[in-house]
Design a protein around this ligand. Structure first.
Ligand code: NAP
Length: 272
């Protein structure tokens, strides 16, 4: 039981398709105890059975990361129920619609600020506000995507948010390293979740990745969950500031697997 004795908080479970659910489940299977959060009352009843299943029916807390008072209340709940915690999973992102469609140069400042606040600043604020309840050797994990490294169609504003998030991981790792706290990210391959449904042509992105990744398949929330559990556990005690790709190897490919039709237009080659 790799996570026996570990306690933590998981933010970002919307349903059983969420990446955060995959991570929470892997941690639970390895003996961790946890609390999970919901965004607002609309989601509380939906998450109650999931909390029961994860063994934390009594520890389902509200937390909209755009409300600083809810982060403070979260710390108080964690202090009351656990004393100290050993891990934080930050699996949260949001962009207004205008950030995910149209021309990139047309993105309004208001959308930019919202996406940055929810998807990036929330990690900094969470770590700062929860620090008093973090144990020595605590581990923090967030979720990124390849669209923060390279252009991905329609990913637009979230690409900028993920690039900033990845830099934030490195700067937080340095800042918190002196306190023994580790901060890492998983850059996950595309997975069909609620958040992903907001990205235009997402089913094409899934097909493209499956065709072009070395493993010739898309990853699952269980693949990401197991890798996340490793990064939250003592097995990764020497690892911090890392952006760990769990994407069937897609990020190493320099040339896609396409063929050209009779009109010279590129099309997907299906292998497998
Ligand atoms: P998901 O199931 O929709 O999870 C996204 C979560 O963010 C939801 O639980 C959502 O809550 C929460 N959230 C949004 N705004 C929030 C706020 N103000 N306060 C608190 N929580 C808020 O989708 P997911 O794909 O698992 O996404 C999790 C993370 O993985 C995101 O950072 C995403 O960018 C990243 N990621 C996803 C993929 C992919 O292909 N799916 C690939 C790489 C990285 P509600 O549902 O209650 O609104």
């Amino acid at each position: 039981m790799i996570m026996k004795g570990k306690k933590g908080i998981v933010l970002g479970i919307a349903n059983k398709r969420s990446i955060a659910y995959g991570i929470a489940n892997a941690c639970r299977e390895q003996g961790a105890e946890m609390a999970i959060t919901f965004l607002n009352e609309r989601f509380e009843s939906k998450l109650a059975p999931i909390a029961e299943e994860l063994g934390c029916g009594e520890r389902l807390y509200p937390c909209d990361v755009s409300k600083p008072e809810e982060i403070v209340a979260l710390r108080e709940s964690l202090a009351r129920d656990f004393g100290q915690i050993d891990f934080i999973v930050h699996s949260i992102a949001f962009s207004p619609r205008e950030g995910l469609e149209g021309r990139f140069s047309d993105i309004p400042k208001s959308a930019f600020n919202i996406a940055m606040e929810i998807s990036v600043y929330s990690l900094i604020e969470l770590v700062r506000e929860l620090k008093p309840v973090l144990s020595d050797n605590a581990s923090v994990l967030t979720l990124s995507y390849y669209g923060g490294e390279k252009y991905i169609p329609n990913y637009n504003l979230m690409g900028i948010a993920k690039a900033t998030l990845e830099a934030t991981v490195k700067y937080l790792a340095e800042d918190l390293g002196k306190d023994g706290i580790r901060v890492n990210a998983i850059s996950a391959g595309p997975i069909k979740t609620l958040a992903a449904a907001g990205i235009g042509d997402f089913s094409f992105i899934l097909r493209w990745n499956e065709a072009n990744a070395p493993l010739k398949r898309n990853v699952t929330i269980h693949d990401v969950g197991n890798a996340g559990m490793y990064l939250l556990s003592d097995l990764s005690r020497g690892v911090t500031g890392e952006i760990h790709h769990v994407d069937s190897g897609y990020n190493v490919m320099g040339m896609p697997a396409v063929e050209f039709d009779e009109n010279g237009k590129p099309s997907l080659v299906w292998k497998g």
